[in-house]
Design a protein around this ligand. Sequence first.
Ligand code: GDP
Length: 304
Amino acid sequence: MGWLERLNTGLAKTRTAMRGTFDRMIGRTPDPVLLEEIEAALLSADLGVRIVERLMEALKTRGRGGEAGTGEPLRRLVQEEILAILRLTQGPTLGRLIEQGPRPFVLLVVGVNGVGKTTTIAKLAQRFLQEGKTPLLVAGDTFRAAAIDQLQVWADRLKVELVRHRPGADPAAVAFDGLSAAKARHVDVLLIDSAGRLHTKTNLMDELRKVKRVLSQSAAGAPHEVLLVLDATVGQNALAQARQFQEAVGVTGLAVTKLDGTARAGIVVAISEELKLPVRLVGLGESVDDLQDFQADAFVKALL
Ligand code: GDP
């Protein structure tokens, strides 16, 4: 499957839910009932109240005078508006950041348990290998022995090195060792996993701040990217998580996973607009090839 096909397949659930509404509009002029149907469809895709209001405003203004008379032009109008929102926060791809960044490029991956951090790290490591770059992994979630083992399985499978300490060790110490090893071994990208337990939130945020501090003391500007992984299937909850991490550790980019498992992929737009952060990656499935660079125009087309 090509990347566009994967994207289309991944977003099929959301598109199917939305598309029906727009298809029913064909041949109808935008009357209040029709506009209400569109509004409901946009809300159901989890675009968020504020964005939907803005889209409806645009539809009403530009819909007048017959400019957007039927289903197809209406759909295109919504696409244009969403694209405009996404463009405001669009940033360089992770690949570009790394190309332009220092060596080793230090990537700290954060997010709550279960969102797909480990899988995303594995997918990225695989991609870097394919690009001829040398990745090094760090098992920074020392809180869960299973998390260390899970990353070890990926490291073995991909034949990349992993820096790990015993369970319960100080994550900042593992991160420090990882960075030292990366410097010594001329690694291109250091991928640091982190804990994501929510029930002891304060400790977690303190822990992440310490990891960041230690990294910045050992390499200028490190971490060079704090990538927050969010699970699209939890909807507006993802937004709440993002605010917490943003406040505590200063996120610089987003990866939104499990878009294949939801009819509410509009959350991507809501998150990037609300947080003013670039979405760098989208996860469209469980296999290693299912992680893609976020491309706003292709995303919007696949969404609607
Ligand atoms: P972590 O706790 O944040 O490290 O989460 P994991 O990487 O262990 O992922 C949790 C689960 O989500 C695993 O079963 C992954 O296979 C699954 N997962 C991760 N990314 C995606 C995705 O983009 N799509 C789907 N369908 N599943 C995903």
